[in-house]
Design a protein around this ligand. Structure first.
Ligand SMILES: [Zn+2]
Ligand SMILES: [Zn+2]
Length: 399
């Protein structure tokens, strides 16, 4: 009896430790959060990290609403390949959660949003709250010293593009950030001092809120902070020109991409007059800035990095719809796939099925000739077939 008592005490101790000490995150669950933001983001993973590739540019407008501007402007970055964002897939609870405040994580990101844009500490290195001091645009972001766009608070406007019960970010400790709903779509329950809580499945997550700490009070998972107060590993932004200084009194009123998608015109007012920064880049990395003021224009040019392409952003238009047959469509969910003779089954890297809300339903890592979707709800779904550098999406109706 004594032995049994010890054994059961041991097991209950072990079980509770396991529940709260470590959790392995299903990469498909993480991936479904990023899915609505493709092709601006591309994702892949190994057993350690979930990787996010992007140019760090959101599909929403940027910069408008900033009243305390550092004179930096958005330039797409190369968060690609070995410079991708990395989210730990086996998060481990920190013995003492480290606060996201004026003393920690003052350089670089603390999280990455599901659109591939970095999220920094809400406090700047002078201790100011970036949001309350007018440094952020209407979406919670601005540009850093490398002209890299990033958020400083939870980017809740991303809920215009994703379901209300999905994460809008992943912290660099590996835990998800949700909005005002829980993953099961019920209203957010009470938060702990770290600005999150454990879900019923034992995995921790954070929640976004409109006031400080906005997202993450303390890093619940273990992270490594280097001597520059930056979490490592993380993706790096690369400047193409020297950083600038705050321009007192400037208010940004517009920021529009140019017609050829290789630059922007940023408009601001100062002392009641309009000023413009019109800038663009060439394929071989020459960045030209025109500073247009009421008294004239000055131009500066810099040699910088060549712009990158997000892997899945390659055009899928070169794939003719006819290369893939899906039948019966509409059907009852017992779906057959067939490639025409121009493509080999071995060329297929991935087949994934998404709901109309962008939720990943099923994924295969090679070609399959049958997909069993009989157990999912009736409705419209998207079947995406990805080849080495092309992809094709087809709509299917399950009745
Ligand atoms: Zn910043
Ligand atoms: Zn929650």
């Amino acid at each position: 009896m004594l032995t049994a008592g010890i054994v059961s005490a041991f097991f209950s101790f072990t079980a509770s430790r396991l529940q709260t000490a470590q959790s392995t995150t299903d990469p498909l669950t993480v991936d479904s959060a990023f899915a609505p933001f493709r092709p601006q983001v591309h994702t892949f993973w190994d057993s350690t990290y979930f990787y996010v590739e992007s140019q760090g540019i959101p599909s929403h407008q940027m910069m408008v609403g900033i009243t305390a501007w550092q004179q930096q402007v958005p330039i797409p970055q190369c968060y690609i390949g070995t410079n991708a964002w990395s989210i730990p897939l086996n998060p481990v609870l920190a013995a003492t959660p480290v606060p996201v405040n004026q003393n920690h994580f003052l350089r670089g990101a603390v999280a990455v949003a599901v659109n591939g844009v970095a999220i920094f500490n809400p406090y700047t290195n002078t201790g100011a709250d970036a949001y309350l001091t007018g440094q952020l645009d209407n979406w919670g972001g601005h540009c850093g010293r490398a002209d890299d766009y990033h958020y400083h608070i939870a980017p809740v406007t991303l809920y215009n593009q994703t379901a209300a019960n999905m994460p809008i970010a992943y912290a660099l400790d590996g835990f998800a950030v949700y909005g005002s709903l829980e993953p099961d779509s019920t209203p957010m329950t009470t938060l702990d001092v770290n600005h999150g809580h454990f879900a019923p499945n034992g995995v921790y997550h954070y929640h976004a809120s409109p006031a400080a700490p906005y997202m993450i009070g303390n890093m619940v998972g273990q992270v490594t902070e280097d001597s520059t107060l930056q979490i490592v590993p993380q993706a790096a932004a690369h400047p193409v020109r020297p950083s600038l200084t705050p321009l007192a009194g400037a208010v940004i009123t517009d920021c529009q991409p140019n017609g050829t998608n290789n630059g922007y015109t940023l408009t601001y007012t100062l002392s009641g007059q309009n000023y413009y920064v019109t800038y663009d880049w060439t394929n071989n990395g020459v960045y030209t800035f025109n500073f247009i003021s009421p008294s004239g224009t000055t131009t500066q040019a810099y040699n910088g990095f060549s712009q990158c392409t997000v892997p899945n952003a390659v055009n899928d238009l070169s794939l003719d719809e006819s290369v893939l047959s899906i039948y019966p469509n509409p059907g009852n969910g017992d779906i057959s796939l067939q490639l025409n003779s121009s493509l080999n089954k071995s060329d297929v890297r991935e087949i994934s099925v998404y709901s109309i809300q962008g939720t990943l339903i099923k994924r295969e890592n090679a070609f399959v000739s049958n997909l069993d979707l009989k157990s999912i709800s009736k409705g419209v779904y998207f079947v995406k077939v990805r080849f080495a550098n092309q992809e094709l999406t087809k709509k299917v109706l399950i009745q």
